[in-house]
Design a protein around this ligand. Sequence first.
Ligand code: CMP
Length: 141
Amino acid sequence: MRNDLTFTIIKPSAFEKNLTGAILETITRNGFKIAAMKMVRMTPEKAGLFYEVHKERPFFNDLVEYMTSGPVIVAALQKENAVNDFRSLIGSTDPADAAYGTIRKMFAESKSANAVHGSDSDENAEREIGLFFSEEEIYLK
Ligand code: CMP
């Protein structure tokens, strides 16, 4: 399995606050190439499918409601060791725990409105990219 791809979402609150440019600048400055990108308004069905692994969690309904509350930016990112390097760049789920200089420390509001999503494994990166992009929408170096 390839290890040079990850998937991100710039979440509704970050999009609404016009942080898209600043977040993308941080991502590309840290060596990630944009392999695919678009703005979407997720349906509840799509968000539910995307977060399927969390469907038994108490926060699932709130998570789906939040992720469908406005437009988001979805992107596939390419870099060696993409999943781990991107997780380091975004920081802990809860911005209160995130290290200084991380995207969530700089741009997130809370555990749910935490600015960005990042894939947690190469398998999930492939699955998540496939949920949003067709082969002809992806450009790989
Ligand atoms: P994300 O990386 O998008 O993956 C799952 C999301 O669930 C996570 O970011 C958080 O935004 C959200 N999440 C995780 N734990 C909680 C929680 N305890 N309360 C609310 N939202 C949560």
